[in-house]
Design a protein around this ligand. Sequence first.
Ligand code: NAD
Length: 494
Amino acid sequence: MARKVKRPTANPGSLGTACQLDGKPANPYAGTLKRLRDAFDSGRTRPAEFRIAQLQALSRFLKENRKLILDTLKKDMGKPAVEADVSEIVLCESEIKLALNNLHTWMKDEKVEKNLATQLDSAFIRKEPYGVALIIAPWNYPLNLLLVPLVGAIAAGNCVILKPSEISKNMEKVVAEVLPRYLDKNCFAIVVGGPQEATALLKNKFDYIFFTGSSRVGRIVMTAASKHLTPITLELGGKNPCYVDDDCDPQNVANRVAWFRFFNAGQTCVAPDFLLCSRETQERLLPALQRAVTQFYGKDPQHSPDLGRIISEKHFHRLRGLLGSGRVALGGQWDEQERYMAPTVLVGVQETDPVMQEEIFGPILPIVNVQSLDEAVAFINKREKPLALYAFSNNAKVVNEVLERTHSGNFGGNDGFMYMTLMSLPFGGVGLSGMGDYHGKFTFDTFSQRRGCLLRSPRLEMINQLRYPPYSPRHQRLLVWLVDHKLGFPCSIL
Ligand code: NAD
């Protein structure tokens, strides 16, 4: 249902107006953009000290508002405190710590190999901030998906406009009201609102756009970016397959799959979306999944403090519609008032069922039967490349075979999305699940333009004579040799 309430701009001081037409601002964000651009052009974000101060301020925001953040996530989607703490706060803090500890190294010019023709020159890659970046986030991890990209954007020296999701409305308010107290107002701004505001915002020219959300909106954002040829990262969704081999320990698999599927009430972009296994393995998995769910959430999961709620009525109704696919083998209960849905497993699911047509994004796990590894691989490969792919087997060869024969943004062998906790791994999609990646230094790289530089002495013109016309066969041989050969040791006069 469209919200009719007129949204105040949560950071009113930051939003200027370009010009007024019939009392309406033609571009409500022009003033903000100009302020940020002026700040960027002034060079304010370039020194490491500035970046460090902003990262430290971000860290203080998390520390000083820990309780507020946890309460807000509870209000928005009943996020259990442990899940919220780890996924929304601790991961952001780790990213900040990593950036602070490595900033000077990351920022340093990177010397590169030279050929004989440039042997006396200085050749290096400078990591340039793009300028004014836009970060648009979704609602399921509303803080993490806003702040983790922000850490890299700050570390790389950019100014940033943050657009949190309007669906996680309490967190949107906290971000808009509290975060600006910590960050430099000339360099960072928050814009609130939904599609209408985002559409108006995207009419402006940004130097980089980092979008996390659905593939549908990703296309819209990419179209808007293409108008200005703005570089873009798209972190999108999709259906993540999870293959379970006959040679497996059903209880181990069930525990791991259940935790990752029902974490955040299934509202996780990298959650295993459906299981692929033989009918025999399915029969061994079902009681194991039942045991795992009971062990995690008790006999009546509705009363468990460790199971979240669906974010909105609209999302709840969509999920309820998916329960009609196949047959409910486990769970299936729901309570509309609480937006509660029990951890649910569906069997007898066909490829053509509604639950297999869209990303589930809720606590529902369909099982599709396949007779062999080959059939599973064929099933996976005829679909869009997923954000994540999982394979469970006691046989390492099977896990490796799935890895070898498929494509996905990320891969988990015998586990779910623990790779998300490793800042040493890039995280991102491929094909319809996205483009570009981030986390740790990869985020810094994402928000940095690699500027290739070569500095030559203004003197020593004599050596340049070799390359100038009139050309001769001797010139040609010499030039080819100089360009094509390297010295075995570094040398530079600059
Ligand atoms: P969404 O695409 O509906 O919204 C994402 C953001 O885009 C929100 O801030 C929203 O206000 C904004 N938006 C909505 N309409 C817009 C428009 N027309 N123009 C510009 N911006 C617009 O996604 P969602 O429902 O918030 O999140 C769920 C989706 O996000 C799922 O598909 C999930 O897989 C994906 N996701 C991906 C990742 C990842 O890291 N790859 C992480 C979390 C969620």
